[in-house]
Design a protein around this ligand. Structure first.
Ligand code: SF4
Length: 475
């Protein structure tokens, strides 16, 4: 049984895509570790990278080539200053040298040394192979797969097995919604407490709190930055940032706050009716995904393309529903959302290259809906009902980003996913669990079957849907 930590489901990273940016970045780092472990890192004289399938088809729009170069340089996607990305890439481009792991000077020209192959590898649509030539003329290569949400595996899944072993002592191992409800009922736990007990088998409570606080800080910061940044997003679609303008209508007087924490208080003091609530939630979601689209720092939740849903719904709770909400509420929300995301990862997929947008926005909406329901006083059964409702109304949603950029329809789709999550929560709070017709495990199975039936052109290839109906030149 696969045991997934909250820090696997929610990761601090760099936009615009968890599978096409964060995953390849991490894969490069993992390959360097491999070369070092096997003792040939210092003998490397040449390197090249092959991107396959979806990584190739939408890789340019998702900055996969940039991410691979930064990973090869040995930079950490969590801590690397995003404002330095352009300088580093320009330096490689101008000098034709890449400093492998910031140690070895290797001749490198991205256009020649990174190959975009349309071919799909068998194991997963997002394949990436690193090749190198050693001083003695020997060639080595290693293939990785970016399976969604920043997760990276090798075909033989040796590391996955190791992880399984490490996490084998989770006290509450869950694979299905039935497992979650069984443990919660047996122990009298809300879902968040069950997940916390699992996390405590891996790290101390202080470490958990610090990690979750860091995640919330990045979420809040991405909303704050997005709401206060004007301009056009990069990539050539000429998409204007919209969170700024909407925020201006909701909060015309910016003198009331000086930082993100004061901003939260200032929002709490505004008067909100239904329209303003819709606009605030949309604004939070748009803000995060505009930051994501401009290669900014966001939390992968469960992917980058869907990074805005969970912060927007959590912020809704903090500024609209409960003005006394504090870190304990944030912690519970993140713990529950990660458990729901992990059910989808185990039973279906969180990769758009495998399942279309239902696997990204659909899953993030389900995660947020379930988590909000716990904070609103719902039972564990009602949390899963909310998650089920949110996914049920995203089933079949395709992935068709125009120009391969995580902008249209992605940014708006986060606003819609967040609002559906809030509505799903309200429906679930009024629901009688004994009358449930569609349990969450059935919707997960349905989503997986739908993913398998979905044509490849709707799976992060930009070969169908809006991506072919709307031309870049029209934008
Ligand atoms: S359409 Fe959905 S799944 Fe595809 S890149 Fe955009 S947000 Fe991600």
């Amino acid at each position: 049984m696969e045991s997934i930590s909250v820090f696997d489901m929610l990761k601090i990273g760099v936009g615009p895509s968890s599978s096409h940016t964060l995953g390849p970045w991490r894969a490069a780092g993992r390959w360097i570790d491999h070369c070092k472990r096997h003792g040939y890192f210092d003998d490397i004289t040449e390197i090249s990278v092959d991107l396959y399938g979806s990584l190739s088809l939408t890789g340019r729009g998702h900055a996969t080539d940039v991410a691979v170069q930064l990973g090869l340089c040995g930079f950490d996607p969590v801590t690397f200053p995003i404002e330095n990305i352009e300088t580093e890439i320009e330096s490689i481009k101008n000098n034709h040298i890449l400093k492998l792991n910031s140690e070895l000077d290797i001749p490198f020209v991205a256009k020649e040394n990174i190959t975009f192959n349309r071919k799909f590898l068998e194991f997963h649509p997002n394949g990436i192979t690193f090749r190198c030539l050693l001083k003695n003329g020997t060639k080595r290569h290693m293939t990785y797969y970016s399976i969604g949400g920043g997760f990276v595996v090798q075909k033989e899944r040796k590391r996955a097995k190791k992880k399984l072993k490490n996490f084998g002592n989770f006290p509450y191992q869950t694979e299905t919604g039935i497992d979650v409800i069984k443990y919660c009922n047996e122990e009298g736990f809300p879902i968040s407490e069950m997940v916390l007990q699992n996390e405590l088998s891996l790290r101390t409570e202080t470490e958990i709190n610090e990690g979750l606080k860091a995640i919330w800080d990045v979420m809040l910061d991405s909303m704050y930055v997005g709401c206060h940044t004007v301009g056009t997003l990069p990539g050539g679609l000429n998409v204007r940032r919209r969170a700024y303008a909407t925020h201006k209508t909701l909060m015309p007087d910016e003198s009331k706050y000086n930082n993100a924490t004061e901003w939260v208080e200032a929002i709490r003091n505004t008067e909100v009716k239904f329209r303003q609530i819709l606009k605030w939630v949309s604004c939070f979601a748009l803000a995060v995904n505009e930051v994501n689209a401009s290669l900014g720092r966001v939390v992968t939740a469960p992917t980058n393309g869907s990074a805005g849903v969970i912060p927007a719904v959590l912020m809704y709770y903090m500024v609209i529903e409960n003005h006394d909400a504090n870190f304990e509420d944030v912690r519970r929300f993140l713990l529950v959302s990660s458990e729901i995301g992990s059910l989808f990862k185990k039973g279906a997929t969180i990769s758009a290259a495998m399942g279309g947008c239902q696997a990204e926005i659909g899953v993030s909406s389900a995660m947020a809906a379930g988590a909000l329901t716990e904070l609103m006083g719902g039972s564990p059964e009602q949390c899963l009902i909310a998650a089920e409702i949110a996914m049920e109304h995203h089933l079949g949603l395709t992935c068709d980003p125009i120009g391969g950029l995580v902008q249209i329809p992605c940014i708006e789709r986060n606003a819609m996913g967040a609002l559906k999550a809030i509505n799903a929560c309200e429906l679930a709070l009024d629901a009688d669990p004994s009358q449930t017709k569609v349990p969450i495990d059935k919707v997960i199975a349905t989503m997986w079957q739908t993913a398998k039936d979905m044509a490849n052109k709707y799976k992060e290839t930009s070969e169908g849907g809006l991506a072919v109906q709307v031309n870049m030149s029209d934008c």
